[in-house]
Design a protein around this ligand. Structure first.
Ligand SMILES: [Zn+2]
Length: 379
């Protein structure tokens, strides 16, 4: 792995990360394919058309169905989903803590019930690394606990200390797995995750602690889980300077276009979020003039594309009137076109961000983009 900063503008960084599955240009938005598919009938061929650099799959979901061992037997996730570019897998921790009702957290890991069939499962740092190794993703995430944003200081302190112990176990396990002869991707990378809820001092101490482990990248987790946007920006202001700048900086699960623009300004260069695909499935589409609701009656005879000038597969060929009709008729094509447009919009925005940083005009770009999106469509 080679990570090189190509340009800086204030704290915003524009970098290039070479991996065994190709080079990632950052800042980058990773497109979320929970169960190895982007919801909304979007294929990996589509992802190439809309400029996706990194696909993100969920460890927990693939572990409970269809099973990482089967995927390994098939030759790994890349072969399974016909995708030759980078894949990031999450650790499964977030889903274990948010999806499963019954769970018990112990030093060794977490005992919980599958949300599919209720069967008992155990997942700890070693199990999470083994599952991600079976999947053969490019980047694996460390197994951590994401404490609730309203958790007490004492709870968060104890949780973060355990997360650090788990991280060390993740690192040791990944080194072991990467050295085995039948490992799918022997060059799998590991990102650590900073936690600490809204307590800056705990987060800063944790960031400094995990930075010593010389991991391939560092994520800020446990944000966008109920705190305000201002609180999130304040935490990024405090924490990011304590993570190594010469490594990728990933803000997990964030967010709106405005959140991304603000976080880039605070030194973050990896993002992922379900918003563009989830909103697209509900007919909510992003444009440079704010979000549109494709169910709106005013689009009934509107011959324009979702956004004039957009080069996505939806806008190149179809009118708002037709897409509105498809959404109303609950045709899968309507959903698919809206999701394709939204992911293209996010990927394109990242390209604009990279260009703005390279030309040292990030502040102007951000201000102009935010103002245009807030203004809304004039007619
Ligand atoms: Zn479009």
């Amino acid at each position: 792995m080679e990570y090189k900063i190509l340009a800086k503008d204030g704290r915003a960084k524009r970098a290039e990360m070479k991996t065994v599955h190709g080079t990632i240009q950052t800042p980058v938005f990773m497109n979320v394919g929970t169960v190895a598919a982007i919801k909304g009938a979007v294929s990996t061929d589509d992802l190439k058309t809309i400029g996706t650099q990194v696909e993100l799959s969920n460890t927990y979901h693939l572990h409970v169905r269809t099973g990482d061992k089967l995927i390994k037997q098939f030759g790994g996730l890349h072969k399974f989903m016909h995708w030759d570019r980078p894949i990031l897998t999450d650790s499964g921790g977030f889903q274990v803590f948010s999806l499963s009702g019954l769970r018990k957290i112990k030093e060794e890991g977490v005992y919980f019930n599958s949300h599919i069939d209720g069967r008992k499962i155990f997942m700890g740092p070693e199990e999470s690394m083994q599952i991600q190794s079976n999947l053969g993703s490019t980047i694996a995430m460390a197994f951590d606990e994401c404490p609730p944003s309203k958790a007490s200081r004492e709870y968060v302190q104890n949780s973060v200390e355990r997360t650090t112990r788990w991280l060390k176990r993740c690192k040791a396990e990944m080194e072991r797995l990467n050295s085995l002869p039948d490992t799918v991707n022997k060059e799998q990378l590991l990102f650590g995750i900073n936690q600490g809820a809204v307590y800056e001092d705990i987060r800063i101490a944790h960031a400094e602690e995990i930075s010593k482990l010389d991991l391939d990248g560092y994520a800020v987790g446990g944000l966008a889980v109920g705190e305000s946007h201002e609180e999130m920006y304040r935490i990024l202001d405090e924490v990011v300077p304590h993570l190594p700048e010469e490594k990728p900086t990933y803000l997990m699960g964030v967010g709106t276009p405005a959140n991304i623009l603000e976080a880039v300004d605070r030194g973050v260069d990896f993002f992922d979020c379900v918003y563009p695909s989830r909103n697209g499935r509900h007919g909510h589409v992003y444009t440079n003039h704010g979000k549109l609701n494709m169910f709106n009656a005013k689009y009934e005879l509107d011959p324009r594309p979702i956004e004039e000038g957009c080069q996505c597969p939806a806008c190149r060929s179809y009118s708002r009137a037709y897409i509105r009709h498809l959404m109303k008729a609950k045709e899968m094509l309507g959903m698919r076109l809206c999701v394709l447009h939204n992911l293209y919009f996010y990927n394109k925005m990242m390209e604009e961000i990279r260009d703005a940083i390279e030309h040292h005009r990030y502040a102007e770009y951000k201000a102009e983009k935010l103002a245009r999106m807030a203004e809304g469509e004039k007619n």
